[in-house]
Design a protein around this ligand. Structure first.
Ligand code: ATP
Ligand code: MG
Length: 366
Protein backbone atom coordinates (compact mmCIF):
# COMPACT_ATOMS: atom_id res chain seq x y z
CA UNK A 1 0.00 0.00 0.00
CA UNK A 2 1.20 3.52 -0.76
CA UNK A 3 1.09 5.69 2.29
CA UNK A 4 2.49 8.77 0.61
CA UNK A 5 2.61 9.73 -3.03
CA UNK A 6 4.49 12.76 -4.34
CA UNK A 7 3.79 13.61 -7.97
CA UNK A 8 5.67 16.08 -10.20
CA UNK A 9 6.38 18.33 -7.26
CA UNK A 10 8.08 21.65 -8.04
CA UNK A 11 9.13 24.25 -5.46
CA UNK A 12 10.86 27.42 -6.62
CA UNK A 13 12.13 30.14 -4.34
CA UNK A 14 11.67 33.50 -6.04
CA UNK A 15 14.51 35.99 -6.27
CA UNK A 16 17.12 37.29 -8.66
CA UNK A 17 18.71 33.87 -9.12
CA UNK A 18 15.53 31.85 -8.80
CA UNK A 19 16.28 28.52 -7.11
CA UNK A 20 14.38 25.40 -8.13
CA UNK A 21 14.79 23.66 -4.79
CA UNK A 22 12.50 20.73 -5.72
CA UNK A 23 12.46 19.93 -9.40
CA UNK A 24 9.73 17.56 -10.67
CA UNK A 25 10.05 15.01 -7.90
CA UNK A 26 8.02 11.80 -8.07
CA UNK A 27 8.14 9.36 -5.14
CA UNK A 28 5.88 6.66 -3.75
CA UNK A 29 6.55 5.77 -0.15
CA UNK A 30 5.11 2.39 0.84
CA UNK A 31 3.41 1.76 4.17
CA UNK A 32 5.97 0.84 6.82
CA UNK A 33 8.88 1.93 4.67
CA UNK A 34 11.66 4.26 5.81
CA UNK A 35 12.67 6.19 2.73
CA UNK A 36 15.97 8.03 3.14
CA UNK A 37 16.68 11.23 1.19
CA UNK A 38 20.45 11.44 0.80
CA UNK A 39 22.36 14.27 -0.83
CA UNK A 40 24.78 17.15 -0.34
CA UNK A 41 23.96 20.46 1.30
CA UNK A 42 21.50 22.55 -0.71
CA UNK A 43 20.13 19.72 -2.90
CA UNK A 44 16.56 20.26 -1.65
CA UNK A 45 16.07 17.59 1.03
CA UNK A 46 14.60 19.89 3.69
CA UNK A 47 12.47 21.76 1.17
CA UNK A 48 10.93 18.49 -0.03
CA UNK A 49 10.11 17.46 3.55
CA UNK A 50 8.66 20.88 4.33
CA UNK A 51 6.41 20.65 1.27
CA UNK A 52 5.12 17.26 2.47
CA UNK A 53 4.51 18.73 5.92
CA UNK A 54 2.68 21.73 4.49
CA UNK A 55 5.25 24.17 5.89
CA UNK A 56 6.18 25.23 2.35
CA UNK A 57 3.85 25.78 -0.59
CA UNK A 58 4.96 24.08 -3.81
CA UNK A 59 4.08 25.68 -7.17
CA UNK A 60 3.31 22.47 -9.07
CA UNK A 61 2.36 18.89 -8.36
CA UNK A 62 0.33 16.77 -5.99
CA UNK A 63 0.86 15.17 -2.57
CA UNK A 64 -1.42 12.29 -1.55
CA UNK A 65 -1.50 10.88 2.01
CA UNK A 66 -3.14 7.44 2.32
CA UNK A 67 -5.22 8.02 -0.79
CA UNK A 68 -6.33 11.53 0.24
CA UNK A 69 -4.82 14.50 -1.63
CA UNK A 70 -3.42 17.09 0.80
CA UNK A 71 -1.88 19.32 -1.86
CA UNK A 72 -2.86 19.72 -5.50
CA UNK A 73 -1.67 22.67 -7.57
CA UNK A 74 -4.31 21.92 -10.23
CA UNK A 75 -7.26 22.42 -7.87
CA UNK A 76 -5.64 24.83 -5.42
CA UNK A 77 -5.99 22.32 -2.55
CA UNK A 78 -3.47 22.98 0.23
CA UNK A 79 -4.34 21.38 3.55
CA UNK A 80 -2.72 23.09 6.55
CA UNK A 81 -0.02 21.26 8.49
CA UNK A 82 -2.09 20.42 11.58
CA UNK A 83 -4.63 18.52 9.45
CA UNK A 84 -2.05 16.39 7.63
CA UNK A 85 -1.48 13.69 10.29
CA UNK A 86 2.27 13.93 10.09
CA UNK A 87 4.91 13.72 12.84
CA UNK A 88 8.10 15.72 12.53
CA UNK A 89 11.54 15.61 14.12
CA UNK A 90 14.19 18.13 13.21
CA UNK A 91 17.87 18.67 13.81
CA UNK A 92 17.23 21.04 16.72
CA UNK A 93 15.07 19.29 19.27
CA UNK A 94 12.71 22.25 19.80
CA UNK A 95 11.19 20.95 23.04
CA UNK A 96 9.16 23.36 25.14
CA UNK A 97 11.63 24.49 27.82
CA UNK A 98 8.97 25.33 30.43
CA UNK A 99 7.30 21.90 30.25
CA UNK A 100 8.45 18.61 31.75
CA UNK A 101 9.32 15.74 29.46
CA UNK A 102 5.93 14.14 30.20
CA UNK A 103 4.07 17.36 29.31
CA UNK A 104 6.16 17.85 26.16
CA UNK A 105 5.19 14.39 24.91
CA UNK A 106 1.55 14.89 25.91
CA UNK A 107 1.42 18.22 24.10
CA UNK A 108 0.33 17.05 20.63
CA UNK A 109 -2.20 14.67 22.25
CA UNK A 110 -3.62 17.49 24.39
CA UNK A 111 -4.13 19.56 21.23
CA UNK A 112 -6.21 16.67 19.86
CA UNK A 113 -8.10 16.22 23.12
CA UNK A 114 -6.99 12.59 23.61
CA UNK A 115 -8.37 11.38 26.96
CA UNK A 116 -5.63 8.76 27.58
CA UNK A 117 -2.79 11.14 26.80
CA UNK A 118 -0.85 10.59 30.05
CA UNK A 119 -0.82 6.83 29.52
CA UNK A 120 0.12 7.13 25.85
CA UNK A 121 2.95 9.57 26.69
CA UNK A 122 4.35 7.11 29.25
CA UNK A 123 4.14 4.26 26.71
CA UNK A 124 5.99 6.12 24.03
CA UNK A 125 8.61 7.38 26.52
CA UNK A 126 9.28 3.71 27.33
CA UNK A 127 9.73 2.97 23.63
CA UNK A 128 12.51 5.57 23.43
CA UNK A 129 13.94 4.30 26.76
CA UNK A 130 13.31 7.58 28.58
CA UNK A 131 10.52 6.61 30.97
CA UNK A 132 12.73 7.56 33.93
CA UNK A 133 13.08 11.15 32.66
CA UNK A 134 9.36 12.01 32.62
CA UNK A 135 9.56 14.64 35.39
CA UNK A 136 12.65 16.45 34.17
CA UNK A 137 12.79 19.68 32.18
CA UNK A 138 14.58 19.76 28.78
CA UNK A 139 17.48 21.84 30.15
CA UNK A 140 18.28 18.92 32.47
CA UNK A 141 18.77 16.47 29.59
CA UNK A 142 21.66 15.55 27.30
CA UNK A 143 21.39 16.18 23.55
CA UNK A 144 20.73 12.50 22.87
CA UNK A 145 17.99 12.38 25.52
CA UNK A 146 16.38 15.56 24.15
CA UNK A 147 16.34 14.04 20.68
CA UNK A 148 14.70 10.86 22.00
CA UNK A 149 12.03 12.99 23.68
CA UNK A 150 11.46 14.91 20.44
CA UNK A 151 11.04 11.55 18.70
CA UNK A 152 8.60 10.36 21.38
CA UNK A 153 6.59 13.58 21.05
CA UNK A 154 6.31 13.10 17.28
CA UNK A 155 5.38 9.41 17.63
CA UNK A 156 2.81 9.92 20.41
CA UNK A 157 -0.24 10.71 18.20
CA UNK A 158 0.59 7.72 15.92
CA UNK A 159 0.90 9.81 12.77
CA UNK A 160 0.49 8.22 9.34
CA UNK A 161 3.88 9.51 8.27
CA UNK A 162 6.99 10.56 10.20
CA UNK A 163 9.34 13.14 8.73
CA UNK A 164 12.83 13.21 10.19
CA UNK A 165 15.25 15.92 9.07
CA UNK A 166 18.84 15.12 10.13
CA UNK A 167 17.65 14.28 13.65
CA UNK A 168 21.05 12.96 14.74
CA UNK A 169 23.38 15.53 13.22
CA UNK A 170 23.74 17.60 16.42
CA UNK A 171 24.97 14.61 18.38
CA UNK A 172 28.53 13.38 18.84
CA UNK A 173 29.72 10.43 16.77
CA UNK A 174 29.28 7.73 19.42
CA UNK A 175 25.78 8.83 20.35
CA UNK A 176 24.79 9.03 16.70
CA UNK A 177 25.63 5.37 16.21
CA UNK A 178 23.77 4.38 19.36
CA UNK A 179 20.66 6.38 18.53
CA UNK A 180 20.73 5.22 14.92
CA UNK A 181 20.64 1.62 16.10
CA UNK A 182 17.84 2.46 18.48
CA UNK A 183 15.87 4.29 15.79
CA UNK A 184 16.18 1.23 13.56
CA UNK A 185 14.72 -0.94 16.32
CA UNK A 186 11.90 1.53 17.03
CA UNK A 187 11.04 1.64 13.35
CA UNK A 188 10.95 -2.16 13.18
CA UNK A 189 8.81 -2.36 16.32
CA UNK A 190 6.29 0.35 15.46
CA UNK A 191 6.37 -0.05 11.67
CA UNK A 192 5.63 3.60 10.92
CA UNK A 193 6.09 5.10 7.47
CA UNK A 194 8.93 7.59 7.39
CA UNK A 195 11.04 9.90 5.32
CA UNK A 196 14.47 10.43 6.81
CA UNK A 197 16.82 13.14 5.56
CA UNK A 198 20.58 12.90 5.90
CA UNK A 199 23.81 13.71 4.09
CA UNK A 200 25.58 10.84 5.86
CA UNK A 201 25.70 7.76 3.63
CA UNK A 202 26.30 5.32 6.47
CA UNK A 203 23.20 6.62 8.23
CA UNK A 204 21.26 6.29 4.97
CA UNK A 205 22.41 2.70 4.38
CA UNK A 206 21.76 1.71 8.02
CA UNK A 207 18.26 3.13 8.22
CA UNK A 208 16.85 3.19 4.71
CA UNK A 209 14.43 0.59 3.38
CA UNK A 210 15.18 2.46 0.16
CA UNK A 211 17.53 5.36 -0.47
CA UNK A 212 16.84 8.31 -2.79
CA UNK A 213 19.95 10.25 -3.80
CA UNK A 214 19.13 13.87 -4.63
CA UNK A 215 20.99 16.25 -6.96
CA UNK A 216 19.94 19.89 -7.37
CA UNK A 217 16.25 19.32 -6.60
CA UNK A 218 15.94 16.05 -8.52
CA UNK A 219 16.03 12.44 -7.46
CA UNK A 220 19.02 10.97 -9.23
CA UNK A 221 18.62 7.38 -8.01
CA UNK A 222 16.00 5.60 -5.90
CA UNK A 223 16.88 2.03 -4.99
CA UNK A 224 17.61 -0.33 -2.11
CA UNK A 225 20.63 0.66 -0.03
CA UNK A 226 22.69 -2.22 -1.43
CA UNK A 227 21.89 -1.29 -5.05
CA UNK A 228 22.81 2.36 -4.45
CA UNK A 229 26.09 1.21 -2.90
CA UNK A 230 26.99 -1.49 -5.41
CA UNK A 231 25.54 0.05 -8.57
CA UNK A 232 25.53 3.88 -8.30
CA UNK A 233 23.33 4.84 -11.28
CA UNK A 234 25.25 7.94 -12.37
CA UNK A 235 28.75 9.38 -12.04
CA UNK A 236 27.22 12.01 -9.71
CA UNK A 237 26.06 9.29 -7.28
CA UNK A 238 29.43 7.51 -7.51
CA UNK A 239 31.24 10.76 -6.66
CA UNK A 240 28.80 11.57 -3.86
CA UNK A 241 29.49 8.13 -2.34
CA UNK A 242 33.16 9.07 -2.29
CA UNK A 243 34.47 6.65 -4.91
CA UNK A 244 37.69 8.55 -5.44
CA UNK A 245 39.49 6.71 -8.22
CA UNK A 246 38.29 7.98 -11.59
CA UNK A 247 39.82 7.22 -14.98
CA UNK A 248 38.58 9.28 -17.94
CA UNK A 249 39.02 6.85 -20.84
CA UNK A 250 39.63 7.44 -24.51
CA UNK A 251 39.82 4.91 -27.29
CA UNK A 252 43.34 4.82 -28.72
CA UNK A 253 45.14 2.45 -31.12
CA UNK A 254 42.66 -0.39 -30.66
CA UNK A 255 42.82 -0.08 -26.86
CA UNK A 256 41.87 2.30 -24.06
CA UNK A 257 43.98 5.00 -22.43
CA UNK A 258 43.56 7.60 -19.72
CA UNK A 259 45.74 10.12 -17.90
CA UNK A 260 47.15 7.02 -16.16
CA UNK A 261 48.39 5.54 -19.46
CA UNK A 262 47.23 2.51 -21.37
CA UNK A 263 44.97 -0.11 -19.79
CA UNK A 264 46.35 -3.62 -20.27
CA UNK A 265 44.55 -6.91 -19.91
CA UNK A 266 41.00 -8.08 -20.46
CA UNK A 267 39.24 -5.28 -22.32
CA UNK A 268 35.94 -7.19 -22.72
CA UNK A 269 34.28 -4.70 -20.35
CA UNK A 270 34.58 -1.95 -22.95
CA UNK A 271 33.27 -3.84 -25.97
CA UNK A 272 30.12 -2.26 -27.42
CA UNK A 273 30.83 1.10 -25.78
CA UNK A 274 31.75 4.38 -27.30
CA UNK A 275 31.35 7.98 -26.22
CA UNK A 276 32.74 9.44 -23.04
CA UNK A 277 33.71 6.59 -20.72
CA UNK A 278 34.61 6.92 -17.06
CA UNK A 279 35.86 4.12 -14.86
CA UNK A 280 35.24 4.45 -11.10
CA UNK A 281 37.15 2.19 -8.71
CA UNK A 282 36.87 1.82 -4.97
CA UNK A 283 40.22 1.91 -3.10
CA UNK A 284 39.63 -1.68 -1.91
CA UNK A 285 39.49 -2.85 -5.53
CA UNK A 286 43.06 -1.84 -6.36
CA UNK A 287 45.90 -4.37 -5.97
CA UNK A 288 49.53 -3.27 -5.95
CA UNK A 289 52.36 -5.26 -7.56
CA UNK A 290 56.11 -4.98 -7.95
CA UNK A 291 56.66 -4.18 -11.68
CA UNK A 292 57.23 -7.38 -13.65
CA UNK A 293 55.40 -9.61 -11.15
CA UNK A 294 52.80 -11.88 -12.80
CA UNK A 295 49.24 -10.47 -12.93
CA UNK A 296 46.13 -12.50 -13.68
CA UNK A 297 44.97 -11.82 -17.25
CA UNK A 298 41.44 -13.17 -17.46
CA UNK A 299 38.95 -10.67 -16.07
CA UNK A 300 41.70 -8.33 -14.86
CA UNK A 301 43.04 -4.97 -15.99
CA UNK A 302 46.28 -3.25 -15.07
CA UNK A 303 48.14 0.04 -15.25
CA UNK A 304 51.93 0.06 -15.32
CA UNK A 305 54.49 2.79 -14.60
CA UNK A 306 53.18 4.11 -11.30
CA UNK A 307 54.97 5.05 -8.11
CA UNK A 308 54.02 5.21 -4.46
CA UNK A 309 53.45 8.70 -3.03
CA UNK A 310 52.49 7.82 0.52
CA UNK A 311 51.64 4.75 2.53
CA UNK A 312 49.47 5.21 5.62
CA UNK A 313 48.99 2.50 8.22
CA UNK A 314 45.48 2.65 9.67
CA UNK A 315 45.27 -0.46 11.87
CA UNK A 316 43.56 -3.15 9.82
CA UNK A 317 44.43 -1.63 6.44
CA UNK A 318 47.18 0.19 4.65
CA UNK A 319 45.98 3.18 2.65
CA UNK A 320 48.28 3.95 -0.23
CA UNK A 321 48.37 7.07 -2.36
CA UNK A 322 49.98 6.48 -5.74
CA UNK A 323 50.56 8.34 -8.91
CA UNK A 324 50.22 6.77 -12.37
CA UNK A 325 50.88 9.23 -15.20
CA UNK A 326 48.80 12.34 -14.41
CA UNK A 327 46.36 10.53 -12.15
CA UNK A 328 46.44 10.13 -8.37
CA UNK A 329 44.93 6.85 -7.17
CA UNK A 330 44.00 5.61 -3.71
CA UNK A 331 44.37 1.97 -2.72
CA UNK A 332 43.29 0.34 0.50
CA UNK A 333 44.61 -3.15 1.22
CA UNK A 334 44.80 -5.44 4.24
CA UNK A 335 47.94 -5.09 6.32
CA UNK A 336 50.56 -7.61 5.18
CA UNK A 337 49.45 -7.67 1.54
CA UNK A 338 52.73 -6.14 0.33
CA UNK A 339 55.27 -3.64 1.53
CA UNK A 340 55.77 -0.45 -0.43
CA UNK A 341 57.63 2.73 0.49
CA UNK A 342 57.19 6.22 -0.94
CA UNK A 343 59.01 6.41 -4.28
CA UNK A 344 58.77 2.65 -5.04
CA UNK A 345 57.68 1.80 -8.59
CA UNK A 346 54.36 -0.03 -8.78
CA UNK A 347 51.89 -1.68 -11.16
CA UNK A 348 48.20 -1.49 -10.26
CA UNK A 349 45.63 -4.13 -11.14
CA UNK A 350 41.92 -4.66 -10.54
CA UNK A 351 39.22 -7.12 -11.45
CA UNK A 352 37.13 -5.68 -14.26
CA UNK A 353 33.93 -6.73 -12.46
CA UNK A 354 34.92 -4.49 -9.52
CA UNK A 355 35.05 -1.47 -11.85
CA UNK A 356 32.05 0.80 -12.37
CA UNK A 357 31.85 1.92 -15.98
CA UNK A 358 29.90 5.08 -16.89
CA UNK A 359 28.97 5.91 -20.46
CA UNK A 360 28.01 9.58 -20.86
CA UNK A 361 27.52 9.73 -17.08
CA UNK A 362 25.24 6.65 -16.81
CA UNK A 363 26.22 3.29 -15.36
CA UNK A 364 26.75 0.75 -18.15
CA UNK A 365 24.70 -2.46 -17.81
CA UNK A 366 26.80 -5.40 -16.56
N1 ATP B 1 13.55 30.28 2.25
C1 ATP B 1 14.35 30.16 1.21
N2 ATP B 1 14.48 31.17 0.29
C2 ATP B 1 15.27 31.04 -0.80
N3 ATP B 1 15.99 29.95 -1.07
C3 ATP B 1 15.91 28.91 -0.22
C4 ATP B 1 15.10 28.95 0.95
N4 ATP B 1 15.22 27.77 1.62
C5 ATP B 1 16.07 27.02 0.88
N5 ATP B 1 16.48 27.69 -0.22
C6 ATP B 1 17.39 27.19 -1.26
O1 ATP B 1 16.84 26.00 -1.79
C7 ATP B 1 17.85 25.02 -2.03
C8 ATP B 1 17.54 23.75 -1.25
O2 ATP B 1 17.64 24.03 0.14
P1 ATP B 1 17.35 22.94 1.25
O3 ATP B 1 17.35 23.60 2.58
O4 ATP B 1 16.14 22.18 0.87
O5 ATP B 1 18.64 21.98 1.09
P2 ATP B 1 19.09 20.72 1.94
O6 ATP B 1 19.31 19.61 0.96
O7 ATP B 1 18.17 20.48 3.07
O8 ATP B 1 20.52 21.18 2.47
P3 ATP B 1 21.26 20.91 3.91
O9 ATP B 1 21.87 19.53 3.81
O10 ATP B 1 22.31 21.97 3.96
O11 ATP B 1 20.24 21.04 4.99
C9 ATP B 1 19.16 25.68 -1.66
O12 ATP B 1 19.74 26.19 -2.82
C10 ATP B 1 18.74 26.79 -0.72
O13 ATP B 1 19.65 27.86 -0.77
MG1 MG C 1 18.36 20.55 5.17
Amino acid sequence: MQELKIEHLVKRYPGRDQVVAVNHVNVDVQAGEMLVLLGPSGCGKTTLLRCVAGLEDAQEGRIVLEGQPVFDSATGLNQPTHLRDIGMVFQNYSLWPHMTVQRNVEYPLRARGSPDRAKRAREVLEVVQCGHLADRYPAMLSGGQQQRIALARALAPRPKVMLLDEPLSNLDALLRVELRTHLRAIHRELGFTGIYVTHDQLEAFNLGTRVAVMNAGRIEQLDSASTVYERPATDYVARFLGIRNVLELRSEGGGWSSGAGRLEGDLGLFERHKGSLQLFLRPQALRLHVPGAPIAQVGHLSLAGGHIVESLYSGSEVDTVLRVGDVTLYASNPVGSGQFKPGDPVTVSFESRSALLYVDGKLAPQ
